[in-house]
Write a protein that binds this ligand. Structure first.
Ligand code: CO
Length: 158
């Protein structure tokens, strides 16, 4: 188990705002990175984490919304549909939440840890997580898309 240092807004903006590079091939180092990303995400009770959040500028995302772990390498969103409006948080914006509107359904194509291509359809929280994490790979944070202001809890305000 290896926890990596979380990069946060205000301190690590240069890293968080950089477009990440595609993964060309799987290496033992990248496998270790993915394992550490899960360890780091679970330790902080997150449901998703992108590699730049631990300081690595590669197009790698991990997600677990409670339905098991998913790894997305070089993810590309192929389709989006509908919308959902709700609170969102980010381990790089600790202790804060804000309302963001996202698609309610997404279809994403990516590679797994063995660099095998797959296509996944996600709804609701999974769709939100995929959009949020893919944004990280382009240096985009949810605070760029929030409606209203940041707040300190994840309760919806009237
Ligand atoms: Co985030």
């Amino acid at each position: 188990m290896a926890i990596r240092k979380m990069r946060v807004v205000g301190e690590d903006d240069e890293i968080l705002r950089t477009r990440c590079k595609e993964v060309e091939q799987m290496t033992p180092k990248i496998k270790k990175l993915i394992k550490d990303m899960f360890d780091t995400m679970y330790e902080q009770n997150g449901v998703g984490l992108a590699a730049p959040q631990v300081g690595v500028l590669k197009r790698i995302v991990v997600i677990d919304i409670g339905e098991g772990p998913y790894v997305f390498i070089n993810p590309e969103i192929l389709e989006t549909e509908g919308e959902q409006t709700g609170n969102e948080g980010c381990l790089s914006v600790p202790g804060k939440f804000a309302v963001v509107t996202r698609p309610n359904r997404v279809v994403v194509r990516a590679y797994n840890e063995d660099m095998e291509e797959f296509v996944l359809e996600g709804f609701e929280l999974m769709a939100r997580a995929i959009c949020h994490e893919c944004d990280h790979l382009d240096g985009v944070l949810y605070i760029d898309k929030m409606e209203g202001t940041l707040h300190d809890n994840d309760e919806l305000e009237d």
